[in-house]
Design a protein around this ligand. Structure first.
Ligand SMILES: *[C@@H]1O[C@H](CO)[C@@H](O)[C@H](O)[C@H]1NC(C)=O
Ligand SMILES: *[C@@H]1O[C@H](CO)[C@@H](O)[C@H](O)[C@H]1NC(C)=O
Ligand SMILES: *[C@@H]1O[C@H](CO)[C@@H](O)[C@H](O)[C@H]1NC(C)=O
Length: 403
């Protein structure tokens, strides 16, 4: 199994060099004002380590790896998933779901296992949302098959589940039997389990519909994924009609639970309605509604219309996307200490070149090491963004041990 370490040593050396200076300045401050430093450690993300999890065209029968997801399990293992597109790079066509697992927080990874095979379907599976149920210790992956209706119908929403830390997976279960038949592409990214009221314990998976009946939709489960029901809908305009450039067409999305119990969904603005930037919408009722009153455009988050990463850790909101209005380049990490109402000026560029979909995770164990790190998977290339799936470990305090 090949794990290819990235030759980004010069870049890392540069970042590390500057952080060392800040580190010693802080060490001096620490002596003068120890209490101030411990209570308000300033976030200063540093790209600490990076390795490629998948390289398109290099292994067996897989043509292209795309659509990376990442999560921690309740036991503290990392699971990374991607679509393994068998014969071409296109969104339809036959695929596997590829998975790699790390039990040492991303230093080493298992070989790839292919946990779902759509068996040469014309319009195979598409990822997908990964959601972790902390109460029962399970990991659930929700995905779609036949989403594009190419030589097949109808589209179905499917689920697989692992109750043993990602080692084994159930066979696929068809959620469309409960939800009704609809075109629903979850995520791509993470679903969530509500930590706070209202509806503490609920599983929330949000995604988007077809290109005509498009919009953001959430499906919900109040019994650990046994049964699911349809929740909020934020419909496109004109709904169920052919779209034109600049129509309102909310698309792929990433929900995040904030510390007040609301769910903020960061959405791809497919037809560039109003701006080339992200749409943000909020649910105050556990994913049952997404009122227009709570919708805004985040002009600071410029975006080429793509799936992005969002994650809340200890009250800080993190966001990753290719920060460019036109092109899928410049994978950038931003962070907000104001619940997303503003973003810190000094964003971290993770990769200057071609970059695509991304997903963020972090472990909330309370340990000092886990408080210091977030982890990002993203599509990365030299010429095209779909050449590799890269895993980046990010130190939130410039590499410093004392925070
Ligand atoms: C899933 O269930 C729906 C509703 O019964 C059905 O129409 C569809 O064919 C099923 N999909 C698969 C992949 O079995
Ligand atoms: C990359 O992102 C940063 C942060 O948003 C921005 O300042 C810069 O102009 C971007 N560069 C390109 C080439 O898009
Ligand atoms: C962010 O939200 C939390 C939870 O509601 C609140 O306590 C905090 O004051 C908010 N922060 C800002 C800067 O608004």
């Amino acid at each position: 199994m090949c794990v290819i370490f990235l030759a980004k040593i010069e870049a890392m050396a540069l970042v590390r060099g500057s952080s060392l200076k800040t580190g010693s300045a802080l060490a001096a401050l620490w002596l003068l004002f120890p209490a101030v430093i411990t209570t308000s450690a300033k976030i200063e993300p540093l790209l600490f380590e990076e390795q490629l999890l998948w390289v398109s065209g290099m292994e067996g029968e897989v043509n292209t790896y795309r659509i990376p997801l990442i999560t921690f399990t309740p036991m503290g293992s990392l699971l990374a998933f991607a679509e393994a597109r068998k014969f071409s790079a296109s969104d339809d066509g036959a695929k596997f779901i590829a998975m790699r697992r790390s039990t040492d927080k991303g230093s080493t990874w298992s070989p790839t296992s292919y946990i779902v095979d759509d068996e040469l379907d014309q319009d195979g599976l598409n990822l997908g949302s990964v959601v972790v149920d902390q109460e029962v210790g399970s990991v659930i992956l929700v995905y779609t098959v036949c989403f594009h209706l190419h030589n097949c119908k109808p589209a179905s929403t499917m689920m697989v589940e692992s109750k043993d830390d990602g080692l084994s997976w159930t066979s696929p279960k068809n959620l469309s039997i409960q939800l009704g038949v609809q075109n629903f592409a979850p995520g791509p990214g993470s679903g969530l389990q509500k930590r706070y009221e209202p509806h503490q314990g609920r599983l929330v998976v949000c995604g988007h519909g077809t290109s005509e009946g498009d919009g953001v939709f959430c499906i919900l489960s109040d019994d650990h994924g046994h049964t699911w029901f349809n929740g909020a809908a934020l419909k496109s305009i004109p709904y169920n009609q052919k779209k034109r450039a600049l129509d309102f067409n909310p698309d792929e999305c990433q929900p995040v639970e904030m510390m007040d119990g609301s769910i903020v969904i960061n959405v791809r603005n497919q037809n560039n309605y109003h701006c080339r930037c992200r749409v943000v919408v909020r649910s105050q009722d556990g994913g049952m509604s997404l009122p227009i009153d709570d919708l805004y455009f985040d002009y600071e988050l410029v975006d080429p219309a793509i799936a992005a990463g969002a994650f809340q850790k200890e009250g800080v909101l993190f966001f990753t996307n290719p920060a460019n209005e036109q092109q899928r380049i410049n994978l950038t990490l931003r962070w907000s200490v104001t619940n997303g109402t503003s973003w810190e000026k000094n964003a971290l560029q993770i990769w200057h070149g071609p970059s695509g979909y991304s997903c963020i995770t972090s472990l909330d164990s309370g340990s000092a090491d886990d408080r210091r790190h977030i982890f990002v998977v993203y599509e990365k290339g030299l010429h095209d963004y779909d050449e590799t799936i890269s895993f980046a470990k990010i130190h939130l305090y410039g590499g410093r041990e004392s925070t």
